[in-house]
Design a protein around this ligand. Structure first.
Ligand SMILES: [Zn+2]
Ligand SMILES: [Zn+2]
Length: 132
């Protein structure tokens, strides 16, 4: 789906700024607010950090983007996709996505704790292929 259509489907105007933020996230996978500012500056030199943040926040509320929290790291944003976990290289900081089946884990702990688990967030600290 094109970014323009994703925004429209969520009744958000497809402004050049929003499209630019989505492009940055598409190209970089995961990015912090500062990363996004650095890359959007190329196209929009006057775009302020607060405007960028406001746009991100709107897209978070519509669940176009998701926020990921990694231990000892800043908040990262990414375009929402299938539920996945993150592998973070301790050496170069690269974040890679991979999918593990968490349904069984959720079922097991939901039963044993008699609670409702909404979301499971897993991240692995690793050394990536390039750094090895
Ligand atoms: Zn690495
Ligand atoms: Zn991810």
């Amino acid at each position: 789906m094109l970014h323009v259509d994703i925004l429209k489907a969520n009744s958000l105007k497809a402004t050049p700024q929003r499209l630019c933020i989505l492009d940055v996230l598409k190209n970089h996978g995961h990015a912090t607010l500062e990363d996004i500012e650095r890359f959007t500056k190329v196209q929009f030199p006057t775009l302020s950090l607060s405007t960028i943040y406001r746009n991100i926040d709107e897209m978070l509320k519509k669940e176009i983007l998701t926020e990921i929290k990694l231990v000892n790291k800043k908040e990262y944003y990414e375009i929402k996709k299938e539920n996945h976990t993150h592998m973070v290289c301790e050496n170069c900081g690269k974040i890679e996505d991979f999918i593990i089946d968490t349904d069984e884990i959720i079922k097991k702990y939901q039963t044993s704790t008699c609670s409702k688990i909404h979301k499971i967030t897993i991240s692995f600290n690793s050394t990536c292929k390039e750094c090895l």
